[in-house]
Design a protein around this ligand. Structure first.
Ligand code: MG
Length: 378
């Protein structure tokens, strides 16, 4: 069966059994096959019943940096209530969307899952605000970047295994994370899927969260084409929805529109480019992406969010406080490196004082950073 018209008007023509929802899951020829993996820096024997990427997934989930995501903010601090996403729940939304896209395209879902779980593990406390403060504090020793920090964590800072530092992840995951820093070359299709899923997740849930905390309303959002399109469709389909029901229906539709569009356009690009193997895709530019219309509408939505949410006076107020907290903790530990936990001794010796303090602060959750800031009298 082909040519299934979804209720959002986008034709998904390549899922053979979407009606039942139980479509068979086969790897496409252009998927990255686990047996092609370059392997790990420190060679290990194969696991009897988990693939290499399943094992990577488990190592990521079991590491301390991953657990800390539960107390790290995405956009809103705890002052804004308890509805909004944390860095951990954002990560889980990215995993869901990425696995869905990957499964429909017949890509390696284990690799996708592990890469999605990994993608935000390097975030310091207080999201991008915490990151920009840390970046300026360590500018003279190379700056701070959450994507690079993820690599430091999984290659060096986590100490969980007897035989090696870090998590000894498969090379494909490290390369995928390194691409997020360099943006040079073309990553595996599986890594492209995670990138695109990240964007679907935050463009959508930041709208939902901002509405819940009262920073945005429906009238404002109707200025954006992406919201308007879904809102119009929901109004056509349902009448008498209350405000919250309406918002939630539109938010669900926003995800559906974006994901369906990615599937249709990506599939077409793969066919048009004659992609047959994972290597073929590496020779071209990024293929897993929304079509031009949705891409443009997402760009408009992101500018809208920047202006109305990320730079909202209430959000900026916390940014100022956060800057003070992080700078205060940083200066305190620069002056008192003997108070750093022992696990940073290696960084102090091999790198420098500023990097060791940045690693220590980056490890903190929002709450532990606050407690530290107050302890140090800020
Ligand atoms: Mg993310």
């Amino acid at each position: 069966m082909t040519g299934l018209e979804r209720d959002n008007g986008i034709v998904v023509d390549f899922v053979s059994d979407s009606v039942s929802g139980n479509y068979p899951y086969f790897l496409s020829s252009y998927a990255f096959f686990t047996k092609s993996s370059v392997g790990r820096r420190y060679p290990e024997s194969f696991h009897p019943y988990r693939s290499a990427f399943q094992r990577d997934r488990d190592r990521i989930i079991h590491c301390a940096a991953f657990r800390r995501l539960s107390e790290k903010m995405q956009v809103f601090t705890a002052e804004f209530g308890s509805y909004h996403r944390t860095r951990l729940t954002h990560t889980m939304e990215v995993v869901c969307i990425a696995r869905t896209v990957g499964r429909v395209l017949g890509l390696n879902e284990d690799l996708i899952e592990a890469a999605a779980l990994l993608h935000d593990i390097g975030h310091p406390p207080f999201g991008h605000c915490g990151e920009s403060v840390l970046n300026s504090l360590v500018a003279e020793v190379g700056g701070f970047d959450h994507n690079l920090q993820a690599l430091r964590i999984v290659e060096k800072l986590e100490r969980r295994y007897v035989g090696f530092p870090g998590l000894n992840l498969s090379r494909e995951l490290l390369d995928g994370q390194a691409y997020k820093v360099s943006k040079s070359g073309t990553p595996l299709l599986e890594i492209q899927v995670v990138d695109v899923a990240d964007s679907v997740a935050y463009d959508t849930h930041d709208v939902d969260d901002a509405m819940e905390v009262g920073l945005l309303n429906t009238d404002q959002l109707m200025q954006t084409a992406l919201w308007k399109r879904s809102a119009d469709r929901i109004r056509e389909r349902w009448t008498n929805l209350n405000e919250v029901e309406f918002r939630q229906a539109v938010v669900h539709d926003l995800i559906d529109v974006q994901v369906s569009d990615i599937l249709v356009t990506t599939r077409k690009r793969l066919i048009d480019a004659g992609i047959e193997t994972a290597e073929d895709a590496l020779k071209l530019s990024v293929l897993v992406a929304p079509g031009s219309e949705i891409a443009e509408q997402k760009g408009e939505m992101e500018l809208f969010l920047l202006e109305h949410v990320y730079r909202h006076p209430k959000v900026m107020l916390f940014r100022n406080r956060i800057t003070g907290w992080i700078s205060g903790i940083f200066e305190y530990y620069i002056a008192n490196t003997d108070e750093l936990p022992e696990r940073y001794d290696g960084v102090l010796k091999q790198d420098n004082k500023r990097r060791a303090v940045a690693d220590f602060i980056a490890d903190m959750t929002d709450r532990s950073a606050r407690l530290n800031a107050f302890k140090k009298g800020n």
